[in-house]
Write a protein that binds this ligand. Sequence first.
Ligand SMILES: Cc1cc2nc3c(=O)[nH]c(=O)nc-3n(C[C@H](O)[C@H](O)[C@H](O)COP(=O)(O)OP(=O)(O)OC[C@H]3O[C@@H](n4cnc5c(N)ncnc54)[C@H](O)[C@@H]3O)c2cc1C
Length: 597
Amino acid sequence: MAIYKGPTEDVLFLLDDVLRIGRYDNLPGFTDAAPDIRRAILEEASKFCEQVLTPLNRTGDAEGCARHPDGRVTTPNGFKEAFRQYGDGGWMGISAPVEFGGQGLPETLTVAVNEMMTSANMAFSMYAGLTQGALTALIVHGTPEQKATYVPKMVAGRWTGTMNLTEPHCGTDLGLLRTRATPQGDGSYRLTGSKIFISGGEHDLSENIVHLVLARIEGAQPGIRGVSLFVVPKILPAADGSLGRRNSVACGAIEEKMGIHGNATCVMNYDGATGWLVGEENRGINAMFTMMNGARLAVGVQGLALSEVAYQNAAAYAKDRLQGRALTGARFPDKVADPIIVHPDVRRALMTIRAFNESARALVLWTALQGDIAHRSPDDKARQAADDHMGLFTPVIKGVLTDIGFANTVVAQQVYGGHGYIAEHGMEQFVRDSRIAMMYEGTNGIQALDLVGRKLPKDGGRASQAFFGEVAAYVKAKSADEAMKRYVAPLAGALGDLQRATMWLAQNAPAAPDNAGAAATDYMHLFGLVALGYMWCRIAEAAQAKLSNGDGDAERMKAKLVTARFFMERMLPESGTHLARIQSGAASVMELPADEF
Ligand SMILES: Cc1cc2nc3c(=O)[nH]c(=O)nc-3n(C[C@H](O)[C@H](O)[C@H](O)COP(=O)(O)OP(=O)(O)OC[C@H]3O[C@@H](n4cnc5c(N)ncnc54)[C@H](O)[C@@H]3O)c2cc1C
């Protein structure tokens, strides 16, 4: 069976030493998350993952969800009890406002905990993750009555949430959606239409399911500007908040799919279902974006989380599996062969994953912290800068972390040889489960277009220029530092590639937009490399400081420095390849006529 241990020490190092979270004690909720509380929460989360969620990952995958003739959907054995424990443990509402029953702690902590839950059991964690997204959207856009009705029960884990966007003929292009909403004259609407691929659309984990549904009010204009957001509960709440009658929404089928078998992916049929408008008419996509932006970051974390659990298993296997001898002579002459960890190619694989995981975690936590600043800082300028960061990094985290996260599950699987292909060790499940993260919440191609087409030029390039400026200033400040040179010099080179790519796009895309479309995925990955490289510099700086202060675990800090070097020498140079591809333009991509394919 696969193993998993939460990366508590790494998260604490990143929060305390790299990001210096203590600086933000003036923000609401931060003093309540003092260092001992942070440690206790992470250790408890890790224990829950190891003892409850990890054992259910394999069985949940094998068993899957079942739809019964009466439309009920049951989740795999053990999920219901685990979800009850999750709710009772307060995990849903770590960062939810206290007035709704949450703990009001920084979102950064929730993100760290969610990484663990996802590593341990991605299918299970999705029920909770979507609920957190839905309750946040209701808090931001709901009426006081909607908040009072739904949010406390969702925070308690008694009711769960979903997001209903996709229809058979409309995925990326949501302006095509057909689900319609007819006003009833009493403030409610009747919703009719069919949604597909709805994660957690029906299940047996909670007393009620709160669907957030995009639909078009009768008479509204075609396209995305005619789309509104509705809350449509599976069971209608009675006036006193208790459960009333069943609403006309039902699961018509669940999908057979490649992975995340423990998560029910549902066809949801709305047959005159009662719902209420959330936010303004025809501004549904804006309201849904509150949920989608959170969900995009959460999906990026899925990429990291699966890469992490795959790494932990591959590293353990590499120390155990005996095959061949080290190129430099037997390391364990008393054994029939050396463990495969002695082979440079196996180490290359493990180092590749590790160098991604540790910097990706830093990037995720840095961005989550910016989210907290954007929502909690009293300072307008700080809030705006943090919001800019969030907007810019959301597509990067979603697209880059899930592309590389999936690739890393394959690299980890390879460490097992043929034993990675069979089900016994759980590696093929990580590959299958992680694959969807590149597709949902907007495919990664769409994330890349969002970055290049919207986020880069937004506000005259304010967000991207702020990031480039921050990295350039860091490079300048550290380039004379002997200990930092080996990390900072490669970062300066990659930043130059990114700036050249940005300039090339500014000069070559406006008149020929296919140049931007053909460059987008490479640009997103080039951006991601620079961001991860910057994270490695900051990690190396903090590790050196700890080593010179004689503070903490020296071996772990030395390992950070080696991993930083590996990243700079073997991963960051890919920036040049991305730049060359971007500068080649769209011609060879676009030239063949469609019927030639
Ligand atoms: C397991 C699973 C769970 C899901 N959960 C949910 C959920 O909970 N709620 C929900 O609403 N949806 C959910 N989805 C749907 C998911 O978000 C969509 O599948 C996804 O957004 C892509 O839409 P599509 O599949 O229709 O692909 P399409 O939009 O048909 O895209 C097909 C291909 O064309 C590309 N493409 C499309 N348009 C453009 C363009 N303008 N420029 C460049 N390339 C383009 C895409 O990148 C993609 O590669 C889920 C899907 C799955 C499989």
